[in-house]
Design a protein around this ligand. Sequence first.
Ligand code: NDP
Length: 454
Amino acid sequence: MKIFNPADGSLIRELAEDDAQAVAAKYARARAAQPDWAAVALGDRLDAVRKFKDVTEKRKAQLARTLTQETGKPIVQSRNELNALAGRIDFFLGKAQAALAPETVLADPQMHERITHEPLGVVANISAWNYPYFVGSNVFVPALLAGNAVLYKPSELAPLTGLAIGEMLHAAGVPADVFSVLIGSGPTGAALVDQPVDGVFFTGSYATGARIAAACAPRMLKLQLELGGKDPIYVCEDADVKTAAESLADGAMYNAGQSCCSVERIYVHERSYESFVETFTAIVKGYKRGDPMDETTYLGPLARAPQLAVLERQVADAAAKGAKLLVGGKRVAQQGNWFEATVLSGVDHSMELMREESFGPLIGIQKVAGDAEAVRLMNDTVYGLTAGIYTPDEARARRVLAQIRSGSVYWNCCDRVSPRLPWSGVGHSGVGVTLSTYGIQAFTRPKAWHLRSL
Ligand code: NDP
C-alpha cells in the first residue's frame, strides 16, 4: 500500500498490506491472548495505558509530524490533538475502576444479586483518519482497560499513525497479540469484519457504516457506528455577531472542515443575517492556507482526493439553484488535494450543500425568520450528531435545543467533544456511545448473578 502526502502528492512510504489470511491469523492470536489479558489485574492494565499516555507526550513532536505528513492536518492542529489525547486518557484512567467494578444490587440474607462487567472478548476497531488519536483512543483505551483484545485497523490515510499507536502500546506493556494493527484499505476492513469477533466499533462514513451493519446483522454481535453529521447552528438576532462569527468560522473550517462535528450548516435570524454574513466571510478570507508543516498555517489540504469532486459538485449545485458564492468555490491549482475555503449565502434545503455531508472547507448560510423555522430546518436531516445555538438568552437556548434531534447540543459553542459526556448520534449519525462512563461500559457485557444461599 502506497502512502502519499496529500499536501504535494509525494510518496511517503510503502507498507505491506494485511490480506484476508493475515487478518485471520491476527484474529486467531488475539482470541488466544484475550483471556490472559482479561485476567491481568485492572491496576496493571491501567498502568499500561498510563505509560502509553506518557510516551505519546514524550514523542508528541514527532507523532504530530507523522500525522501532518500523512493526513495534511496543519501541524499546530496535530499537536492540539495530541495535547487533548492526554486529557481523554486521564478521564478513562480516573473512571475505569468505578465503571468496571461489580455492583451488588440486592443483598438479602438468602439472595444476592450482582452485576459484573465482563469484557466482550475480541473487538474490531475500524477507525477514521481525521482524528486518529481521538477516534481511535475512544475505542481502544476503554476496550483494553475492560479486558478486551483489539484488532485495530487505521484508515489507509493514516496507517503510519496507526502503526505508531501499536508500537507505543506494546512498549507500554500491552501484549502484541492483545493489540494488533491491521494495515490495508476497505478489503482489509471487510476481512476483519468477517472474523468471528465479539464486537465491531466503526468510525467513518454512513455508507461504509451501513455496509458493515449489513455484514454484522445476522451475527448478533455488539456493533457501534460513529458516523457523519450535517451539524447545524442557529445564530439568533440577540447574539453578538462578531463572537458568533469567529467561533463558527473556526467550527466550520478547523482541520479543513474534516471533523465529524464540524459546523456544516448555519441559520441566521433575518435581523442579523447581513452583518453576520459579512463578518463571517471576512474572517474566512483571513485564514492562512499553506504548507501544513508551517506553524502559521490554518488551512491545509484535504486528506482524501475524491472529496474534491464532492465539494465541486455541491458548489455547482448550489450556484445553479441561486446561492451566492462569497469566497472560494474551487480547487487550488497545485499538486495535492487543495480546495479553497468556501462560503455561500442565500442557500436552502433544495441544495445538496445543505443536505449531504460536505466534510471540507465549505459552508452555507441560510436566513431564517425565527426560532420555529430554525428548529424545523435544523431537524430536516437524516443525520443527528451535533447542533447548536448562539444567543445570550439561556432559557431560549434550552427551549430550542430541547426540540433538536441530535446526540449533542451546544449553547454558544460548537465543534466540541468532552470525554466526560457521551458521544453518540441519531439516525444516520450512528448507533452506540463512546466517551463518558457509558463509553467504558460499552466494551463490556453485564453479567447477572442470582446467588441464593441455602
Ligand atoms: P470511510 O467510511 O471511508 O472509512 C472509515 C474506515 O472504514 C476506514 O478505516 C476504511 O478503510 C474502512 N473501510 C472502508 N470500507 C470498508 C469495508 N467495506 N469494510 C470495513 N471497513 C471499511 O470514512 P472516512 O475515513 O472517509 O471518514 C470520514 C467519515 O467519518 C465522515 O463521514 C465523518 O463524519 C465520519 N466520522 C465520524 C466521527 C464520529 O465520531 N461520529 C468521527 C470522525 C469521523 P480505508 O480508509 O483504508 O479505506
